[in-house]
Design a protein around this ligand. Structure first.
Ligand code: SF4
Length: 504
């Protein structure tokens, strides 16, 4: 009988979560680097360069890869011969580990979990509770997979109860383009097939804990239906040309995982969950000898990428830019922004739009300004702000027309595509939408030289800040005429990939 002390599990969970906040899995970095080397679309290549540079900086600086430090997902396999010492439940131990990790003073992580999700949506303050799944297995150890799942990629999860004769491949190929780029590709897709509705979702999620090994599978060939599906879907999803950050390119997925389970004769449940550019997971085993300590990877496993924007890049001073100036900006063009910009995301937008509807004056003047959709991590030590990458812009789409027409705002910065209502509003107001790379939050924060809260302080990380920035790299994603790179880029690259297949 193995005895596991409660503090061993608490410390192991806390250590694992700190570890994955700043170390990408090495297999993931190698896969992004391979994709970066192969990529021919300049926009996608630039995005992957930023993801790789950001990853190396985080590994060296021990600060989070992404400002969204995720909701904690845990899979626990408890050996039947294990006894627990202490009076806490295993879930309480895990949640105590989460609490310690997210409030660690040397590397504070962002608390993103809200209680009462359809009501008050109040931040629990310490990122608890984790989502925990248990399995009781033979043996005398406890094995734990820990992941921190970003909200942007989780938001793109899909589920369907297919008819038994329906094609899973066809369903996946219909869903992936609808997911847009808010899941921050390149990443992985976890697919669960069979069982019941909840079983398929769990299979999909748990499959994402596996290492990237599609190249090994390609070399040895499939030995069952799940592996056949992996190979077919890997080629076909990448053939969609979506590319890194949805900008169009050769690599959208670095791997596809498929797990299946016997199903009722009338059902074929299928679930798909993406993992993003901030893929974060690790594994540990407790055998009664004390807490598990994660082994730091070798920094030589991180490529040293030099990313130069070139002398011809357009430098923009946000303090003086005018509505006339932005008409020259071309879709897909890289800009380096300097000067002052405001921030705001979901809760701030909702409050501002509600205030405008009541005829109230906003606490900040948005005339001629840019707003950055971000909820930064709190700073530590000498930082002015913690990692501060963009959040998914489509969530702000429903507020966009009001913001542009009633506040004098001229530009927005976020991640991924805009939907049709926002694009129409941008074109009608001759405004612009700029895209920063999701999953490069620490790199972005290095361009921020000043940060102060200017309104809605009670909203915490969702408050409105004024950032002072120097040379923050962004891409023009929707221009003043409403042309959107997330529509044009994937179409161009899908056609190029198709053309090559025909030539081969
Ligand atoms: S990389 Fe994108 S989807 Fe992933 S956690 Fe960061 S912002 Fe969210």
């Amino acid at each position: 009988m193995t005895v596991i002390k409660q503090n061993d599990l608490i410390e192991s969970v806390a250590d694992a979560l700190q570890f994955i906040s700043y170390y990408h899995p090495v297999d993931f970095i190698q896969a992004v680097n391979e994709a970066y080397e192969r990529e021919e679309s300049q926009a996608a290549k630039d995005a992957m360069a930023q993801i790789l540079i950001n990853s190396r900086m985080c590994a060296m600086g021990h600060r989070p890869i992404c400002q969204d430090t995720g909701i904690v997902n845990v899979f626990v396999k408890v050996g039947m011969n294990v006894q627990w010492e202490g009076d806490m439940s295993v879930s309480d131990m895990i949640n105590e580990g989460v609490r310690r990790a997210y409030m660690h003073p040397d590397n504070v992580l962002r608390a993103s979990v809200l209680a009462d999700p359809d009501g008050a949506r109040k931040n629990t303050g310490d990122n608890t509770p984790a989502v925990i799944n248990y399995e009781i297995v033979p043996g005398d150890t406890v094995e734990v997979d820990v992941a921190a799942k970003g909200g942007g990629s989780e938001a793109k999860s899909k589920f369907a109860m297919l008819n038994p004769s329906d094609s899973v491949v066809q369903w996946v190929l219909e869903q992936v383009p609808k997911m847009g780029a808010g899941w921050c590709p390149p990443g992985m897709l976890g697919i669960g097939i069979g069982g019941t509705a909840e079983k398929a979702m769990l299979l999909a999620k748990e499959s994402l804990m596996d290492p990237i090994d599609i190249h090994e599978l390609q070399a040895r060939g499939a030995s069952n239906r799940a592996e056949e599906l992996r190979l077919e879907l890997f080629d076909k999803v990448n053939g969609l040309g979506i590319g890194a950050q949805g900008l169009g390119g050769l690599t959208t997925v670095l791997d596809i995982k498929v797990r299946d389970f016997p199903a009722h004769a009338a059902n074929k449940a299928v679930a798909m969950i993406p993992n993003c550019a901030a893929t974060r997971h690790t594994h540990f085993k407790l055998d009664g000898s004390g807490p598990a300590k994660q082994q730091p990877p070798n920094l030589e496993d991180w490529p040293e990428i030099a990313w130069e924007v070139g002398d011809s890049v357009r430098r923009v001073n946000l303090d003086t830019v005018t509505k006339e100036d932005i008409k020259d900006w071309k879709p897909g063009e890289t800009l380096l922004l300097s000067g002052k910009m405001l921030t705001g995301r979901d809760a701030a937008h909702k409050r501002m739009v509600d205030m405008l509807a009541k005829g109230e004056k906003l606490p900040v003047d948005l005339t001629g300004r840019f707003i950055y959709y971000v909820g930064p991590v709190d700073p530590v030590r000498e930082e002015v702000v913690g990692p501060a990458g963009p959040t998914t812009a489509t969530r702000m789409d429903k507020f966009t027309r009001t913001m542009l027409e009633e506040t004098g705002l001229i530009g927005m910065i976020g991640k991924a595509e805009r939907g049709p209502t926002a694009i129409d509003a941008i074109r009608d107001s001759q405004a612009v939408y700029l895209m920063a790379v999701g999953g490069s939050a620490y790199l972005v924060s290095k361009a921020i030289t000043g940060a102060k809260v200017v309104a809605f302080e009670d909203l915490g990380m969702e408050a409105i800040y004024e950032f002072e920035i120097v040379d923050m790299p962004v891409t023009v994603a929707v221009d003043t005429k409403g042309e959107a790179v997330h529509q044009t880029g994937p179409k161009i690259w899908q056609a190029k990939i198709e053309e090559r297949k025909l030539v081969i």
